[in-house]
Structure formats: structure tokens, C-alpha cells
Design a protein around this ligand. Structure first.
Ligand SMILES: CC(C)(COP(=O)(O)OP(=O)(O)OC[C@H]1O[C@@H](n2cnc3c(N)ncnc32)[C@H](O)[C@@H]1OP(=O)(O)O)[C@@H](O)C(=O)NCCC(=O)NCCS
Length: 162
């Protein structure tokens, strides 16, 4: 069975995170939203903007690290948990599989296109551009364009260094 035990401390923490997430998602302009993301436990660098309607994993926001001057556009989802299917078998409810939590890291200057989903455990390299509507399931190298579901690199600028 999955471990669903909740202590009073983590229930109250969960409530605070969800209240912060509400303000982080809806306040305008973006500068007003950033302190709420930080109160949720996210690590966010300078000059970074997170658009309204971005969905941050409320069960583990402290696993999300975003560098400087990143632009996370509208409707992006940052997901840090999923079911561990390694023990899944016929006749067993998938809900009984344990949840696994993995960090997300977004490098300096990256741009996350509208409506993209960043999956648990993914590192997006510095200066990477993720196309609109992408599902990023694997690490993305620095200074490239990656698109699609699953996201694949279609252009690289890394070999154009001065
Ligand atoms: C990914 C992106 C940056 C690519 O721009 P680009 O480098 O000018 O690339 P192109 O438009 O030349 O497209 C290159 C190829 O990728 C495909 N492509 C572009 N964007 C794509 C996307 N989001 N998903 C899937 N394929 C995409 C194009 O169809 C093209 O394929 P082809 O070579 O088979 O014709 C851009 O399309 C994009 O999605 N930008 C994000 C927009 C956004 O989120 N804006 C939010 C407001 S700031």
C-alpha cells in the first residue's frame, strides 16, 4: 500500500502552500506573484518571471529550482511527483504504487513555451527554449530549441559560441 499517512504538521504546511499557490497563480503583475512562489519553497533566481496560470506541483514545490532570467509562460505545469510503476502488476490498483518525488531544475535564461509540461526529474539547460505545448520527459541540454511530446532537440546554438 502507498504511504498516505499525514501528520498535523504536513497538513498545515499543505494548506499554507495551497494558499500561496492561489496568490502566485492569480496576482498581477508578475513581480507580486514571485514572493508567493518563494513562500511555497521554490528556489527562484533574479529577473525570472512566472506567468499567471502556471501550475506548480503543490505537493513538493521545494523540489523546483529556477535560475536567473527565466521566462515560464502561461499554462506551464511543473510536476515533481508520479507513481512508481516498477511494482505495478495486473489486478492491483495503480493508486497502491508509491509516489516518487524528483526535482526539476531550470537553468539561467531558459524559456518555457506556453502550455508545456515539465516532468519529474528533468533538468533544462541554461538558455534552452522549450516549444509551446511540449512534454519534457528527459534532460534538455543548454542553448537549444526542444519541441514536442516527448520533447526533442530540433536546433542547437551551443556550437555557435563566440
Ligand atoms: C519552439 C519555437 C521557439 C521554435 O521557433 P523557431 O526556432 O523559429 O522554429 P520554426 O518555427 O522554424 O520551427 C521549426 C520546426 O519545429 C516545429 N515546431 C515549432 N514549434 C513547435 C512546437 N511548439 N511543437 C512542435 N513542433 C514545433 C515547426 O513545425 C518546424 O517543423 P518543420 O521543420 O518540420 O517544419 C516556437 O515555435 C515556439 O513554440 N515558441 C514558444 C511560443 C510561446 O510559448 N510563446 C509564449 C508567449 S512568450
Amino acid at each position: 500500500m502507498a504511504n498516505n499517512h499525514r501528520t498535523f504538521r504536513n497538513v498545515t504546511h499543505g494548506i499554507v502552500v495551497r494558499i500561496c499557490a492561489f496568490f502566485a497563480r492569480h496576482l498581477f503583475p508578475a513581480q507580486l506573484r514571485m514572493p508567493f512562489y518563494k513562500m511555497m519553497g521554490m528556489k527562484i533566481g533574479k529577473g525570472t518571471k512566472i506567468a499567471a496560470t502556471v501550475d506548480v506541483d503543490q505537493s513538493a514545490p521545494e523540489l523546483i529550482t529556477i535560475g536567473n532570467n527565466v521566462w515560464v509562460t502561461r499554462g506551464v505545469m511543473l510536476l515533481c511527483h508520479q507513481r512508481d510503476l516498477s511494482q505495478y502488476e495486473v489486478g492491483k490498483p495503480v493508486m497502491d504504487c508509491e509516489l516518487v518525488y524528483k526535482p526539476i531544475v531550470i537553468g539561467d535564461g531558459a524559456h518555457i513555451g506556453i502550455g508545456s509540461i515539465i516532468m519529474p526529474g528533468v533538468t533544462i539547460g541554461e538558455g534552452a527554449v522549450i516549444g509551446a505545448g511540449s512534454v519534457v520527459t528527459r534532460d534538455i541540454p543548454p542553448y537549444c530549441v526542444a519541441v514536442g511530446a516527448p520533447a526533442k532537440v530540433i536546433k542547437s546554438f551551443a556550437n555557435l559560441e563566440k
